[in-house]
Write a protein that binds this ligand. Sequence first.
Ligand SMILES: [Zn+2]
Length: 138
Amino acid sequence: MKKAEAKTEEKKTLKSLDFDSVQKSRKISGKTKQELEVCNDEKCPFHGSLSLRGRTFYGYVVKKLPTRIKIEFERTLYIKKFERYMKKKTKIHAKLPACMKDKIQLGDYVKIVECRPLSKILHFVVTEKIRGKEETGK
Ligand SMILES: [Zn+2]
C-alpha cells in the first residue's frame, strides 16, 4: 500500500513540472512516452539520477531477472593463421529499470547504454526496446 501511495505522489509532481524542462534535463531525445511514465527506481536513466556515457550495444535478451537482463550479440573475430573470420558471442548484463520491467521479455531486441558500474557485473542499462520477439523472426 505504501508503494502505491508513493507512486501517486510522484505522478502529481511530474504532472506539475513543465514537460519541456523535463525533456531538456534528460539528454535522451525521442523518449516522450517513457518520460511520462513514472517509476520509483533511483537507478533509472529516465526518472532516476543515473547518467549515461560510453558505449552502446544492441542484442537479444537471453535471460531475464527481476532487476537485470542478460543480452547476447554476435561479433566476428579475425584468425590470422587461417585468414578467416570466426563468430563469437558476447554476453552482457544490463540493468532493467522498473518502468521497463513489463515491456521487455525474453528474445526481444534491445538497446543498452553504458553507465557507471552499478555492481560487479552491471555497468550497462537498458534504454530502449527495438523490436519484440515475434518481429525478430528468430
Ligand atoms: Zn523509470
